[in-house]
Write a protein that binds this ligand. Structure first.
Ligand SMILES: *Cc1c(COP(=O)(O)O)cnc(C)c1O
Length: 360
């Protein structure tokens, strides 16, 4: 059975090497006589797995010592509640709303305090990133929140907003480890791993230590208090063991590829192939402002719904799967995360070119 080119936005493609290694270790992990799925999270084996995963992530991202790395559950969506519960000491947070995920985080935070929308790109279906150089940041804002790469719309912040000294919190789910991040610029940088890092079920949250306190909103569940998780090194309760194990393998794979600077170069090369074609094509067009284009999620349309559907159908039959765009944008979306090989993008472009000729 052959593998397809999987352009899913998430859960998404993983490195084949990683899947093969996991398969080889499935029945007997390093002489333990059991699978990682079957072992205690308090065992020596798992202790090594989680510690090594954390260290490899620290190496990859150059995470400073005054940041904690937490491996959590509940998806990125649970952080939409956990973050205000832990951080809203003054009861105010500012949101830059550049897509559905930022909007959901903004709406969730309204339950816990005053969430203020200080900028938005909803007027043009989130097809651009607003100018964030001089926003009306609230004097007593506990933090400024962004979704750095907008998975659905295909835009990305190329420069971080000027938060005027306030703590920046960023959801990087769909650009996690796709390029270097300067961790020091964030109070919290977090993401669900199922887009670019591993299997669904793990959220990695990298949090500056001064933001991890007992001073949380009344009623904050024990499990959602960052301090609970930080004090126990993500082992307060049973963590998503198997997912963390796979993430650890992906970290090692990324190191082998040369780290995040090398990944950035590779991802730029891949994205350029597709964007250059979209710019020259008479049939397909990209849907977002060029200067804000994501390296990871590339939405495009033909301008004709029936033709879009025909394209998706024929592409699927040819082994290019999960290209249908999000229902709010329509058309197509190619997610070209770290593990999508450049051949996948080259062949997709070749297929699009041929489709354009045949349907001109
Ligand atoms: C997918 C996604 C989410 C939601 O993730 P869950 O783990 O399903 O909660 C949040 N933010 C971004 C940017 C995403 O791409």
């Amino acid at each position: 059975m052959g593998r397809v080119y999987n352009f899913s936005a998430g859960p998404a493609v993983l490195p084949e090497e990683v899947l093969q290694e996991a398969a080889a270790e499935m029945m007997d992990y390093k002489g333990s006589g059991m699978s990682v799925m079957e072992m205690s999270h308090r065992s020596k084996w798992f202790d090594d797995i989680i510690k090594e995963a954390e260290q490899d992530l620290r190496d990859l991202m150059n995470i400073p010592d005054n940041y904690k790395v937490l491996f959590l559950q509940g998806g990125a969506s649970q952080q939409f509640s956990a973050i205000p519960m832990n951080l809203m000491k003054n009861g105010v947070a500012d949101f830059i709303v550049t897509g559905q995920w930022a909007k959901k985080a903004y709406e969730e935070a309204q339950k816990y305090g005053k969430a203020v929308k200080i900028a938005s790109s909803e007027d043009k279906t989130f097809s651009y990133i607003p100018d964030c150089s001089d926003l009306p940041i609230d004097e007593d804002a506990d933090y400024v929140y962004i979704c750095e790469n907008n998975t659905i719309y295909g835009t990305k912040f190329k420069t971080l907003p000027n938060t005027k000294g306030k703590t920046l919190v960023a959801d990087v789910s769909s650009c996690f480890l796709s390029e270097p991040h300067d961790v020091e610029k964030y109070g919290i940088i977090y993401g669900g791993v199922q887009k670019n890092v591993g299997p669904a079920g793990v959220v990695i949250s990298i949090i500056r230590e001064d933001l991890i306190t007992d001073d949380v909103l009344p009623g904050t569940p024990t499990m959602l208090k960052f301090k609970t998780q930080a004090d126990k090194d993500s082992l307060y309760n049973t963590p998503p063991c198997y997912g963390i194990y796979i993430c650890g393998k992906v970290f090692k794979w990324l190191k082998k590829q040369g780290g995040l600077a090398a990944m950035k170069e590779y991802n730029e090369k891949k994205a350029k192939l597709l964007y250059d074609f979209l710019d020259e094509s008479k049939m397909f067009t990209g849907t977002v402002a060029k200067e804000d284009r994501s390296l990871m999620n590339v939405p495009f349309v033909t301008g004709d719904k029936d033709l879009d559907a025909k394209f998706v159908k024929e592409a699927t039959a040819a082994g290019f799967v999960n290209l249908k765009g999000h229902r709010t944008v329509g058309g197509m979306r190619a997610s070209i995360y770290n593990a999508m090989p450049i051949e996948g993008v080259e062949k997709l472009v070749e297929f699009m070119r041929k489709f354009e000729e045949e349907n001109a």
